[in-house]
Design a protein around this ligand. Structure first.
Ligand SMILES: C[S@@+](CC[C@H](N)C(=O)[O-])C[C@H]1O[C@@H](n2cnc3c(N)ncnc32)[C@H](O)[C@@H]1O
Ligand SMILES: Nc1nc2[nH]cc(C(=O)O)c2c(=O)[nH]1
Ligand code: SF4
Ligand SMILES: [Mg+2]
Length: 240
């Protein structure tokens, strides 16, 4: 089954969440069922790059990963858009595993796919109020229950934080799923900025703010607070 692909890039470091720092390749699929106000990958769903979408078979993606890197990779992160819209990714996941590649997935937790059970590091990133999206908690409950039952790898929750309402949402999520590792990530509300030094100073301040907020919270005790590391290194550049 063909997969709509918008970007294949790397090797780079995973800049976010549970495998931050991991050397990885990225495969970014097209299409999303959400439209977050601050999405840093709007081109995957706003139609602006629809002529760049390539419909690829799993073995074609595998071939391109190898061509781009001459075999210099052992880990692939699948992101989007929402890759969970694509049942056809199961065959790609199997192909990577046959070739001894570990796999991470980025998704918002709005859809289940049976192939989630095979992902090595699965990040669920439900969206806080600042995004303008509303979480369907019965779907998220179901996904987390299925993962706890079936997944061979590990999963985590990652919530992007812009303001105090987002922090309140993170507390709610943490209370609901106390056994799932929770990562809080600095939100970047300056996604058009091309002044990397200015952006770095700004995002460091936002990280400082977020750390302070979490340190002061009795409800957010067992959590990890992270920057979106790639933006601190390379700003808003695409494909890194
Ligand atoms: C572009 S999304 C694609 C995967 C999936 N749709 C999702 O949202 O989890 C990848 C990650 O980037 C995060 N993200 C998107 N825009 C961001 C921003 N402006 N600042 C910080 N993180 C952002 C999302 O919350 C998500 O965790
Ligand atoms: N380096 C790097 N790390 C990332 N972690 C999650 C990303 C994403 O857009 O899903 C991302 C990305 O685009 N680049
Ligand atoms: S769910 Fe992910 S890809 Fe979709 S709009 Fe939100 S941040 Fe962007
Ligand atoms: Mg990104």
């Amino acid at each position: 089954m063909k997969i709509p692909v918008l970007e294949i890039f790397g090797p780079t470091i995973q800049g976010e969440g549970m495998v931050i720092g991991q050397k990885t390749m990225f495969v970014r699929t097209a299409g999303c069922d959400y439209s977050c106000s601050w999405c840093d990958s709007k081109f995957t769903w706003d139609g602006s790059e629809k002529e760049k979408i390539r419909l690829m078979e799993p073995d074609e993606i595998w071939q391109e990963l190898n061509e781009q890197t001459a075999g210099n990779f052992a880990h692939v992160t699948i992101s989007g858009g929402n890759p969970a819209l694509l049942s056809g990714l199961g065959a790609f996941v199997d192909l990577l595993h046959e070739n001894k590649i570990n796999i991470a997935l980025e998704t918002q937790g709005s859809r289940w796919q049976p192939w989630f059970a095979s992902i090595d590091e699965l990040t669920l990133s439900p969206k806080p109020p600042s995004s303008g999206m509303k979480t369907n908690f019965s779907i998220l409950d179901d996904i987390i229950a299925k993962l706890q039952e079936k997944q061979k790898g590990s999963c985590s929750l990652k919530i992007v934080i812009f303001d105090l309402a987002d922090l309140a949402y993170a507390k709610e999520v943490h209370f609901r799923y106390p056994d799932v590792p929770l990562f809080l990530q600095v939100g970047n509300d300056d996604i058009e900025n091309v002044d990397d030094d200015g952006l770095l100073r700004y995002l460091l301040n936002r990280y400082d703010w977020l750390v302070d907020q979490v340190m002061d919270s009795q409800e957010l005790v067992n959590v990890r607070v992270l920057p979106q590391l790639h933006t601190y290194l390379w700003g808003n550049k695409r494909g890194v």
